[in-house]
Design a protein around this ligand. Structure first.
Ligand SMILES: Cc1ncc(COP(=O)(O)O)c(C=O)c1O
Length: 444
């Protein structure tokens, strides 16, 4: 195979052309646990869980076995009037795990589609109520996927800026970004969730026109694993309730254990009207997603067969795919049987203590963690929190050097983050941070 001409043919996600040209993708041939192995045999620690999905490590044997067994039975069928056995089982298992209020589950096939489904259900629900609520409000700094509806509710300039021309009326709150607190609170102890006064203000102005508020609970992932306090989340719920605005918790990244609770909303003891889950469902085997909805919302969709406006006309070809469902059943059963994420608290604690040790470095600040999410920011000046000039490409240089040393990390802006599997060992965590320290020692 002429590798160069194949590389030239590829258009890689989230990758600038010149980087693709200068740094061709590493060809991987297999994975096991926290490791990926290159075609040349080189071993890499996958410190980012392959975009935060690998909750039980690569090629988890029980999930592999379940997918293999399903392969010989049924690979795919539509969900229009049919349902596969594993999809039924998945609905049952999720029904037991999800907050009791969320009684309806709509399956789709990735995080973005789970969010699209949520936004459309919220809008249609209000249309059915005849309420005139047509707007969506979103949290500043949020990311909800790359389809256009999800993009309309995202506010990371590099990802979304170009497209916002189309959504001029879209309103965003202040960013719940504790490291650079918009309310300039000196420390988290002083925080009264002032950043969400902006939500109060927006809903005070246009609340009667707002159908739903969409947010990533407890941690804004793509913005840089920005963990925010539970009181901020509770305030979002309080304000939305006061204004009759539906709450959409985008738990695509956080759902099913990543934050140390089964759902990030559990940290604040809140239940949304709609919840989206995806990444954590199969531990990385196959794409599937779910949008869970309250019974009160579903009530609006009940009615005569002859009232088409009451039907939710939405569905994806791979909705409820049997192979993905079988993977999800096997994966979630393992989480439940092992008492995860709680049973992994000792390793999560070690993970937290280890990342905190970077605090002594003069160019590392804003360390945050929650469950199996850890991150820090690179700063040129720790006192003023001044960033490195963009042209120095410090985060990129660090991740490239890490790759040389057999460590897969990826930057989110100036943030370096770690999302290892929940069943990583203390030794693996030590190895991951040991390599990180080496890399930082060379580059910074
Ligand atoms: C919070 C959140 N929502 C939605 C998405 C989109 O998911 P997907 O990439 O599967 O479309 C992501 C992906 O990173 C995410 O982090």
């Amino acid at each position: 195979m002429n590798l160069q001409s194949v590389y030239d043919r590829l258009w890689m996600p989230f990758t600038a052309h010149q980087d693709h040209a200068d740094y061709p993708p590493v060809v991987m041939s297999r994975g096991a646990g926290i490791y990926l192995y290159g075609a040349d045999g080189k071993r890499y620690i996958d410190a980012i869980g392959s975009w935060w999905v690998s909750a039980l490590g690569h090629c988890n044997p029980k999930t592999s076995e379940a997918v293999r067994a399903q392969l010989d039975k049924l690979e795919h069928m539509s969900m229009a009037g049919f349902i596969s056995e594993p999809t039924l089982e998945l609905a049952e298992i999720l029904g037991e795990l999800l907050p009791k209020r969320l009684t309806k589950i709509f399956f789709s096939d990735n995080g973005s589609t789970a969010v699209e489904v949520a936004l459309k259900i919220a809008l249609q629900c209000h249309a059915l109520r005849g309420s005139g609520r047509r707007e969506i409000v979103a949290l500043g700094g949020g990311y909800h996927g790359d389809t256009l509806g999800a993009v309309s509710a995202g506010s990371i300039p590099a990802f979304h800026g170009l497209f916002h021309e189309r959504f001029k009326g879209q309103r965003f709150t202040d960013e719940p970004y504790c490291f650079r607190c918009p309310a300039r609170m000196p420390s988290p102890q002083d925080c009264g969730a002032e950043c969400m006064d902006s939500l109060s203000k927006i809903l005070g102005e246009i609340g009667e026109r707002v159908a739903a508020c969409v947010f990533e609970p407890m941690v804004q992932g793509a913005a840089g694993m920005r963990v925010y306090p539970a009181k901020v989340l509770r305030k979002i719920f309080d304000i939305c309730r006061r204004h009759g605005v539906l709450t959409i918790a985008d738990e695509v990244a956080t759902g099913l254990g990543r934050t140390g609770e089964m759902f990030a909303c559990d940290h604040a003891g809140v239940t949304p009207d709609i919840m989206c889950i995806a990444k954590g469902m199969t531990g990385g085997f196959l794409p599937i997603a779910a949008t869970a909805v309250s019974g009160e919302i579903y009530e609006e969709f009940k009615g005569s067969r002859l009232s088409p406006e009451k039907t939710f006309y939405h569905g994806h070809t791979f909705t409820g795919n049997p192979l993905a469902s079988a993977a999800a059943v096997a994966h979630i059963k393992q989480l439940v049987d092992a008492g995860l994420p709680r049973s992994a608290e000792p390793v999560a604690k070690h993970f937290f203590e280890s990342i905190m040790k970077f605090d002594g470095h003069p160019n590392i600040s804003g360390i945050r963690h929650l469950g199996f999410i850890g991150a820090f920011e690179l700063v040129k000046d720790k006192l003023t929190k001044k960033k490195f000039p963009a042209e120095e490409r410090m985060p990129f240089r660090i991740t490239q050097k890490a790759l040389e040393k057999g460590l897969i990390i990826r930057p989110l802006g100036d943030t370096i983050y770690f999302t290892p599997p929940f069943n990583a060992t203390v030794e693996e965590i030590d190895m991951m941070f040991g390599l990180t320290r080496d890399v930082i020692g060379v580059v910074l």
